[in-house]
Design a protein around this ligand. Structure first.
Ligand SMILES: Nc1ncnc2c1ncn2[C@@H]1O[C@H](COP(=O)(O)OP(=O)(O)OP(=O)(O)O)[C@@H](O)[C@H]1O
Length: 361
């Protein structure tokens, strides 16, 4: 449905997009995740026709968009910096896209659509108010509503929940995908929040330095991250990455020999690697391969506790139920376990970039 082929775009000396390739399927909710400056907004603007790529092709439904004006592309884009009419009511802001010659709807139908979207976004009671008098979060929902209200062949949403407080954001995140218009329409959703990407995306594309480095479902990105940087981007607390080498029997050993793990590395002995274990895959009680260390620090995270453990010269974090951590104090000896099947293995990070994932034997 949306196809980007070798898109490059520079602003003077800054390369924003560098041969970007992307495919979003018909009806899919696709998240584009990346840090600030990775090229997310430029990607959306290029699809919408607001930026012209230096090279490459934008396809919508297989049709080359070169020379097609933004208005004629049939995509609806919501910017992070939303443009609304401050003196007009929320209702008029929502209804105005339906008054344009292209989308003009019979008045009763337009009214129904505006009310339905406003209710879903939780702004039904604000419709009579001028948007200039609304809070940032309320204005952001009006801006999102302006996009969702009109029929489009694709929605392009640029961090549409960024101005909401954490609670509302979580609630809206849950509701957004349930909105009929969103369910029916191909949606490309930009975020720098990995929790949001995993929660919303049918698939997620990870963008870095103007290129897509990995595309996959949440399971693929979680269990088979392409490299250490993708692994670090998903999960809080972050994945533990311990440096060491591959042993003769395909195991892992840390430089001080204090951490040995049966990783079944498909790499020659002596290879410098990083072993990855997510904090939730380490346990204080479950059966598994055992490691011994001492408590460094504990921090309560609601119902669970993050425990940082010293293992020889390294630290690892684990997240355990509160009951498992009662009485733990700094410097207490502690035994932790890991299930070998949950371990990830990567080449060591190098000057060429983050270490790639290594398969298992
Ligand atoms: N109009 C512009 N003029 C000059 N440089 C620009 C322009 N727009 C974008 N850039 C640069 O291109 C790069 C990519 O920007 P882009 O806005 O696409 O990133 P982003 O991933 O959306 O970041 P953010 O999450 O901060 O919005 C950045 O280095 C940015 O500074």
């Amino acid at each position: 449905m949306i196809g980007l082929r070798g898109i490059s775009k520079s602003y003077g000396p800054v390369t924003a997009l560098d041969g970007l390739e992307l495919d979003v399927r018909e009806g899919e909710f696709f998240c584009l995740l990346g840090p600030s400056g990775a090229g997310k907004t430029t990607t959306l603007k290029t699809i919408a026709g607001l930026e012209r790529p230096d090279s490459g092709t934008v396809l919508l439904d297989g049709e080359d968009m070169a020379g097609v004006e933004p208005y004629d592309r049939g995509v609806a884009m919501c910017f992070e910096s939303f443009a609304l009419y401050p003196h007009k009511s929320a209702y008029d802001n929502l209804a105005s896209p339906l008054r344009s010659p292209r989308h003009r709807l019979p008045a009763a139908e337009a009214r129904d659509r505006v009310h339905a979207i406003a209710e879903l976004l939780g702004i039904g009671f604000l419709l009579d108010r001028p948007v200039g008098l609304l809070s940032n979060g309320q204005r952001q929902r009006v801006a999102l509503g302006r996009v969702l209200v009109r029929p489009a062949r694709a929605f392009l949403l640029d961090e549409p929940l960024s101005h909401l407080d954490a609670k509302l954001r979580q609630q809206m995140r849950a509701e957004l995908k349930a909105i009929g218009a969103v369910q029916r329409t191909t949606t490309l959703y930009v975020t720098h929040d990995s929790v949001e990407a995993l929660a919303l995306g049918d698939r997620t594309g990870v963008i870095r330095d103007g290129r897509i480095v990995q595309t996959g479902t949440r399971e693929e990105i979680w269990y088979e991250p392409r490299d250490t940087e993708v692994a670090r981007a998903f999960g809080r607390p972050r994945i533990n990455l311990l440096p060491g080498t591959v042993t003769e029997d395909g195991g892992f050993r840390s430089p001080d020999g204090k951490v040995e793990l049966p990783v079944r590395a498909a790499a020659p002995a002596g290879t410098e690697v990083l072993v990855g274990v997510r904090p939730r895959d380490l346990s204080l009680t479950a059966p598994g391969h055992e490691l011994t260390g001492s408590v460094y620090v504990t921090e309560v995270l609601g119902r669970s506790v993050e425990v940082t453990v010293r293992l020889g010269g390294q630290h690892v974090s684990l997240v355990a139920p509160r009951g498992d951590t009662a009485g733990l104090r700094p410097d207490d000896p502690v035994r932790l376990t890991v299930r070998p099947e949950n371990l990830l293995l990567f080449e060591a990070d190098g000057p060429e970039g983050p270490g790639r994932r290594i398969g298992k034997r």
